[in-house]
Design a protein around this ligand. Sequence first.
Ligand code: SF4
Length: 278
Amino acid sequence: MTTDRSVKEGKRPYPPEHLSSSSVGLLTDCSKLWEAKYRRGLEETRSGALILGSAFDSAVEWALRERWDGRWFTTEQLASRFGAAWDAQLQRPGGVEWGTRGQQPTFDDGLALCQAPATLAALRGAQLAPHPDNIDAPALQVEVKLAVPGVSVPIIGFIDAILKTPTGISVVDFKTARRAWAKGRERKELQARIYLAALWQRGEPFPRLTSAYWIFLPGATPEACRVQRLEPGLTERDILLSVDMLRRAWRQIEAGTFVGNPHSFRCNELCPCWHECF
Ligand code: SF4
């Protein structure tokens, strides 16, 4: 187990040149930790779950690109892509907190997901939309920028994939999780709200827009793995509420008021600020 709490001063400009859903999510979860990360450059230790999610996302993106190019892919190829992405993640600087699950079982979770019938069915059935900026390319890792009146910087995000639907398009975010998401969690997530707002702002008619989270859930065997697909069913009102929340978040940054949240799920001894707070 590694608990490297490296301090990387000066990595980011301050005030930030942009915001993202993860940045605002952290601000609303524990603004003291946000200040430590985005103003002072303290880095959170990466978790095993993050490594798994990043490596699996990379394999999923590869598989969808193969389908866009008209090629079939096998479970062996998907597993091989996952393995390569896993190795690349481990070569990045900084430690990893593997938690009680441990490194090898976390890797095995990813392998099982790559071999799972549920994963293959989901990926082979996905109908990618063309990239909004280039109709010859697939809509994968689509960068979007949202301008919010009263916020001096853009809100930036990368949509994992945009899929075709019978009535328009769906922005899809891929997740991995040990447990299925509880009912209603998809409505609390900020990512899809920012993505829909950005697409709406660039002229996409709102009635054509939907969103979904695909949560890949590892099991003890490939057959036991599942894919939970949740649609938040966002309305224009939901988007406007989120835009207002982003404006308030920016005001908080401008005011420089950052308060710790001992009830955050991040609040434990792995937090780089733990010894400042407790
Ligand atoms: S120790 Fe807890 S309260 Fe303090 S910054 Fe970290 S998460 Fe926030």
